[in-house]
Design a protein around this ligand. Structure first.
Ligand SMILES: *Cc1c(COP(=O)(O)O)cnc(C)c1O
Length: 362
């Protein structure tokens, strides 16, 4: 369902939310569930909010099949804060960590890691402007590393891992900001997963951390309290005032995903949406996607026309039709269509129709 006043927003983040969720949130905006107040006005120690907080966790556990020996917390500071929280919490054994550089966020995470420990680059795809995912094998990691860090889906460059790499038993830490809940993943393959909400789970302001329980209790003694996983777990994400309203919206998104059949159902739709768009690009001889086919993202699809001038005209014409935020990131140029869970299939169809028409006129 898409309200006709609304545009198809292809932004990489913050990005679209399902209209059904926005309507539900709107209905409760002044009086949540008969409490006579908005979630925005509610004490985070109140019973209704504790229920929201607990239900968000429970729904995420169900949707991602999170094993019982993993903790789930909702924290602040975005995915970027986790670039520092990870080394400070779990990089405390050998104080070595290995990073795989597959894009801008992966690189930022590595650069932040270097502030706290001996961070090494195990592999990188920077030599071809991050247009592929490097082959990885356990032998490429230092056997005494505290963790290996990867970014599963590279939002800016439009690449994605086909499967989590084998690390030979080293805890795998993964930034899933731009693909969480878009396809099934085996959480047990990871030591820690983190994701900012504003791409696939809700509004900006809340970040999900899923961490294997045996990893929570080894933080550096100087780790700031707000970054300490053990304390956030102990406090059930309520150590201080949490971002109540964003977490509430996350809960509604998760409930909506469950109603729609959960992650497997979303994956099927996402696969169909991405296949349509890539097939059209590949068959067009006008548009081009710069990424190795085996590494293509299902969420972020960068593409170019034959010239910069045509790219600019494309973006402008698209916006006039309600297809907005298609301009590519400055590091890649051209266009980028972010087609997260909340982008309806009709949005992708409308984009392809416009691409066809633009090509005919060009
Ligand atoms: C958007 C994004 C980030 C940055 O997220 P913030 O919440 O703004 O800190 C980090 N990693 C990936 C993969 C992203 O897509």
């Amino acid at each position: 369902m898409q309200n006709k006043d609304r545009v198809f927003n292809f932004s990489a983040g913050p990005s679209m939310l399902p209209i059904e969720v926005l309507e539900r949130v709107k209905d409760g905006i002044t009086d949540y569930n008969g409490t006579g107040m908005s979630v925005m006005e509610m004490s985070h120690r109140s019973k209704p909010y504790e229920e929201i907080n607990a239900r968000a966790e429970q729904l995420l556990r169900e949707l991602m099949n999170i094993p019982d020996d993993y903790d789930v917390i909702f924290v602040q500071g975005g995915a970027t804060n986790q670039f520092s929280a990870v080394p400070l919490n779990i990089g405390t054994g050998s104080r070595k960590a290995d990073y795989v550089l597959t894009g801008n966020f992966a690189k930022k995470s590595y650069q932040e890691g270097k502030r706290f420990l001996d961070a090494a680059v195990a592999a990188s795809s920077e030599d071809r402007n991050f247009s592929y995912i490097p082959e990885l094998a356990p032998s490429m990691f230092r056997s005494d590393a505290d963790y290996v860090h990867i970014c599963y889906n590279n939002t800016i460059f439009g690449t994605k891992y086909a499967a989590p790499p084998e690390t030979g038993g080293i805890p795998l830490v993964c930034d899933m900001s731009s693909m969480i809940l878009s396809e099934t993943v085996d959480v047990s393959k990871f030591g820690l997963i983190y994701a900012g909400a504003q791409k696939n789970i809700g509004p900006a302001g809340v970040t999900v951390v899923i961490i294997r329980h045996d990893l929570i209790d080894r933080a550096d003694k100087n780790c700031p309290i707000m970054l300490r996983y053990a304390d956030q777990v102990e406090a059930k994400s309520l150590y201080n005032t949490p971002p109540c309203f964003p977490t509430y919206v996350v809960m509604e998104v998760l409930a909506y995903l469950k109603e729609r059949g959960g992650v497997p159902a979303m994956q099927k739709i996402n696969e169909r949406k991405a296949a349509k768009l890539y097939d059209y690009i590949d068959g067009s001889e006008f548009y081009r996607n710069p990424v190795d086919k085996a590494a293509r993202s299902m969420m972020n699809v960068p593409f170019v026309t034959p010239s910069k001038e045509l790219d600019d005209a494309f973006v402008k014409g698209a916006a006039e039709r309600g297809l907005v935020s298609l301009k590519g990131h400055r590091l890649v140029g051209g266009m980028r269509a972010s087609i997260y869970n909340a982008m309806p299939e009709e949005g992708v169809d409308a984009l392809i129709d416009y691409m066809r028409e633009f090509r005919k006129k060009a």
